[in-house]
Design a protein. Sequence first.
Length: 417
Amino acid sequence: RIETPTMNPIILCHKQERTPPPSSFYTRTSQIFIIRLTCIASLVLVFVGFYFSNPVAYYQSAANDANKDINFPFRGLEVSHLPPVDIKYYHHRDRPLVTSMDPTLESSIAKEEPKSSSIQNSTYNLNQKYLAYLQNRLTPFPKKLHILFPHKEYYRAVDPPLPFVQHSILRFIERNPNWNVTVHDDPDVDALIARAARDEIISLEERDILVGNGSDSFPGAHPVERGDLARMLLMWYEGGMYVDVDSLINRNFDEVFTANIKMCISIYDTDNFSQSIVCSSPKNKLFLQIIRAMSNKRMTGGPNGGPLERRGGWAKGGDLFSMGPPIYNRFVLRRLFGKVDYVRGYVPHIEEAKKALLEGATDTIAVGQWKSRCESFLVEPFEGCWYLNRTELAMYNISRWGTAVQERWNDPAFISK
């Protein structure tokens, strides 16, 4: 992304202070005073402008200045084709919630999750049986991009588009004109969860917990919990590639997903396998196993083996997190490398795992690594790329979720809900 000095005076100040000082002491002192005064004035103007004027107009101007040479005609998006939400179908208020899942699901999970053990060495041997399954049993990778966001047409909110939109969904469409792009909003996610219940992938009770009924007393689960499940359901049902809405994207993925590729693995820095990018041909059993493990945590991870505790529909922050990256990493380790370790946030020797994938699976699995926001599986470095602008994302109500969850759990009004 391109960030102009106008958009970030802190960077401007930093760069000016690093300029070699002039030879004259008087001139140098005066220049430092002027630089500091300019920095303070710039910061005051930006924050005052943001809070007391029209932030949309401000960012429209900034985006126009930064991107005037890269705009392109909009090609349109495919709306989600999931069935409409039928409230009457998936709410049964006359039927009480139960405290466990379908016994067949519990039995399946028990077989898939042996007791945890520690990784004793750095050896990563690929599971050849699973690779053969990917190669021989799965259909070709579909050219579909999935994004979850409450508003289907968020990319039209500002014209010209903000850099956040210009360098993500719109740039993807420009570089990948043969792909279908679907923005799944909240009703789409509800319909997807209802479909999973009809297909007995999740229980009816779990569906009710996740979707709620729209009332204050039963509002549904946190969007993070629903989103973590929805991306796995999309991989199971439809396949394609899921990315987080705030991801930078500029690659031509026809060059990545060649004829024999059936899934992708993206490594976050040197920490773990990233679930902010998941890709697969449909009906990959890895994702069904992940969904069932999520269900097991959701429906039996609470007091006395019952459902998770909730406040106003939201589980605790730690429980929300545990149903995301830890479960995803545990099953990637199990399926690809035969390791059964429980991983919360860090995979030991993950560079060795990457090496094994690159040496033995690149004809079946597309492998990438997040090195920075401007260099990852999704984006190749480009001149002018800049890092996450939280103020810009806040215009779309995108923020860190942990604080909101903690506030709800500390709020006396939600203690009995």
